[in-house]
Design a protein around this ligand. Structure first.
Ligand code: FES
Length: 160
């Protein structure tokens, strides 16, 4: 059973793209842009809407790192794990983020404020280590800058 909130978003995405060639990806993007993730309870409905099996839809969702199947926190930190970033210290940044937030990749803090995710080459290799914070690129991250980043996001949450 799809929740009412999800149903409206999925119906709109299906209506917009179901007659398009290769509809599945744009439908998934549309749903994730609206809800922040692809709720597992929508997989069947998406499949039925474009004559694809549940397994096919699930396969595509799990193949692409971009799609998440859990509701994210209010803020999303995505850290580049590709080579150029690793070569200049991304692993130290990742360790510090995990320790400071008390979570691993694909998890959210217990207050639901911050989600940590890996990402693969943002195209900002010249400014490595790079990350994205709520979709905005951040350059030359260091473990020492992690505390101020986390404080900045927690303060933002308080102000909103
Ligand atoms: S390798 Fe990290 S931005 Fe390219």
């Amino acid at each position: 059973m799809v929740s009412t909130d999800h149903e409206a978003v999925v119906s709109a995405a299906l209506e917009k793209y179901s007659s398009t060639e290769g509809a599945l990806l744009p439908i998934l993007h549309e749903i994730q842009d609206a809800l922040g993730y692809i709720p597992p309870d929508t997989i069947d409905v998406i499949g039925k809407g474009i004559n694809r099996s549940r397994a096919e839809v699930h396969g595509v969702v799990s193949f692409y790192h971009h799609f998440r199947t859990h509701k994210p926190g209010r803020h999303i930190i995505q850290v580049c794990r590709s080579e150029a970033c690793q070569a200049v210290g991304a692993l130290g940044v990742i360790e510090k983020l995990k320790r400071t937030l008390g979570i691993d990749f694909h998890e959210s803090t217990s207050d639901g404020q911050i989600t940590l995710e890996p990402i693969y080459c943002l195209g900002h290799c010249a400014c490595a280590p790079a990350l994205m914070v709520n979709g905005e690129p951040r350059a030359k991250m260091t473990p020492d800058l992690v505390d101020s980043l986390v404080n900045e996001l927690r303060t933002k949450s308080h102000d909103d």
